[in-house]
Write a protein of this length. Structure first.
Length: 216
């Protein structure tokens, strides 16, 4: 069920005032970089990265499809080829791409190609979009290590970087603007329960974040 969906009337009202931002390069002139990950409902993928030292911004949006500047309704209805994603702007002097991957894996069910948790369909697929040979190598190495650890293949795709389209304004920082609804959604969707089943004490990457804060 698409529990990440909000009423159509709200989406249409806000769509007029929202537009996809131009793609930001993986490496910006100021030395920052961007990383793009798909892990099911993008509301739930913002907070785990925002708590990392060195992460400057996290935006919800869409990537990997054919439709230019799609709306949320178009993506969730299907046919655009897009997945819900988060675009992370970070300072590589403070946090590495490898650390971002550690957080990513521990916030998805890596065995589920048909969606994530209660959200089903291609737009909720797990996927890593890589913008360089270095990122691809790190992503493939991390995936291979986890496949060895679990003794089975993982369903997460590793794909070339694709244009990123920012989602409507009412989707951004949903977890902090609507904390009660957000927690209810995570619980009802079974996200935390499944993450703990797969990852145990590593679920949500909280140990990685705490270790980084202690080191700093």
């Amino acid at each position: 069920m698409n529990t990440c969906r909000r009423p159509l009337i709200v989406a249409l009202a806000l769509l007029v005032a929202s537009a996809a931002l131009p793609d930001r390069p993986a490496r910006a002139a100021d030395g920052t970089r961007t990383a793009v990950f798909a892990g099911g409902c993008f509301w739930c993928m913002e907070a785990p990265f925002e708590q990392l030292v060195g992460v400057l911004d996290v935006r919800s949006g869409f990537a990997g499809g054919r439709t230019v500047r799609p709306s949320y309704e178009q993506v969730t209805r299907g046919g655009t080829g897009h997945a819900e994603v988060v675009q992370i702007t970070y300072d590589p002097r403070l946090v590495s791409y490898a650390t971002l991957l550690e957080i990513y894996w521990r916030n998805v069910d890596p065995f589920d190609a048909g969606g994530q948790f209660c959200d089903r369909g291609d737009s909720y697929r797990p996927e890593i979009f890589v913008a360089s040979d270095e990122e691809r190598q790190l992503a493939e190495q991390s995936k291979a290590a986890l496949e060895k650890r679990f003794g089975r293949g993982l369903a997460v795709r590793i794909s070339p970087a694709a244009p990123f389209y920012e989602a409507e304004a009412y989707h951004q920082d949903y977890h902090s603007r609507n904390p009660l609804r957000y927690r209810y959604y995570r619980s009802r969707c079974g996200r935390d329960a499944r993450l703990e089943e797969v990852w145990g004490e590593e679920a949500r990457g909280e140990r990685v974040s705490a270790a980084r804060r202690t080191a700093d």
